[in-house]
Design a protein around this ligand. Structure first.
Ligand code: KIV
Length: 271
């Protein structure tokens, strides 16, 4: 994670102290070198190399098809760019569920080949054995509960999770079990704000929300969504900070026009 003279600013310990001081944690996804560099310069605390790359980079409907090799490729690109943030890599679907030894060897691959700082897994009691085995190798693990997109075929819908008491109680139990196992942080996706608050107040580790309300310890968004590159995706929790789709279109249209009209390149733009 660090070598002498090249100390990373953001560590899992620092995140814990941020929670204790009530300092909010800002997390964003990135999947490539160029955007990770800009995100780092903006002062982000955690970069998530999310398996949402399957959607926004590769155009898949769900996150399920992305492979471990593809995740490692994205993580390596991000790692070449970053200096300060903690980098967490999603373990893709099928690489940690049901077999904790396989989970460990896949987590080791991600850490060795990408040199990232931590991995993230989705689920609670069902994946606890895998989480424990990965942690036993000294690999930091971030949990992810609520709407866990790798289970979309089980849920059958992307609507808000844990609105009923039984599911909310199970979520809290899972959160406590992940903390007890040694996870350094937890992502909560698309759940009622009151439940987000309850979990954040109960746990010692930082709780980072995406559609989990304002009372958690930090927020995460998918970069392409918050930049307005995915206009068709419009959940209530998404705040768009730009309409980059429109900006891209304008620039691309202008380029096509300039090439077709012979305006580009001009005298100054040639050798
Ligand atoms: O893959 C991803 O981008 C995620 C976030 C939505 C938390 O898991």
């Amino acid at each position: 994670m660090s070598i002498e003279g090249k100390e990373r600013v953001l560590t899992t310990r620092k995140l814990l102290s941020m929670k204790m001081k009530g300092e909010k944690i800002a997390m964003l996804t990135a999947y490539d070198y160029t955007s990770a560099r800009i995100v780092d310069q903006a002062g982000i605390d955690i970069i998530l190399v999310g398996d949402s790359a399957a959607n926004v980079m590769a155009g898949h409907e769900t996150t399920l098809p992305i492979t471990i090799d593809q995740m490692i490729y994205h993580a390596q690109s991000v790692m070449r760019a970053v200096k300060n943030p903690l980098v967490v890599v999603d373990m893709p679907f099928g690489t940690y569920q049901g077999n904790s030894k396989m989970a460990l060897s896949n987590a080791v691959r991600i850490m060795k080949e990408s040199e990232a700082d931590a991995v993230k897994v989705e689920g609670g009691s069902e994946v606890l054995e895998s989480v424990q085995r990965i942690l036993s190798a000294g690999i930091p693990v971030m949990g992810h509960l609520g709407l866990t997109p790798q289970s979309i075929h089980k849920f059958g819908t992307y609507s808000v999770r844990a609105k009923e008491e039984a599911e909310a109680n199970k979520l809290l139990e899972d959160a406590l079990a992940l903390e007890e196992a040694g996870c350094f942080a937890l992502v909560l996706e698309k759940i009622p704000a009151t439940l987000g608050k309850r979990v954040a107040e109960t746990l010692r580790i930082p709780v980072i929300g995406i559609g989990a309300g304002r009372y958690v310890d930090g927020q995460v968004l998918v970069m392409h969504d918050m930049l307005g590159l995915t206009q068709e995706f419009s959940p209530r929790f998404l705040r768009r900070y730009h309409n980059l789709q429109e900006e891209y279109l304008k620039a691309f249209h202008q380029y096509v026009e300039d090439v077709k009209s012979g305006d580009f390149p001009n005298e100054q733009e040639q050798y």
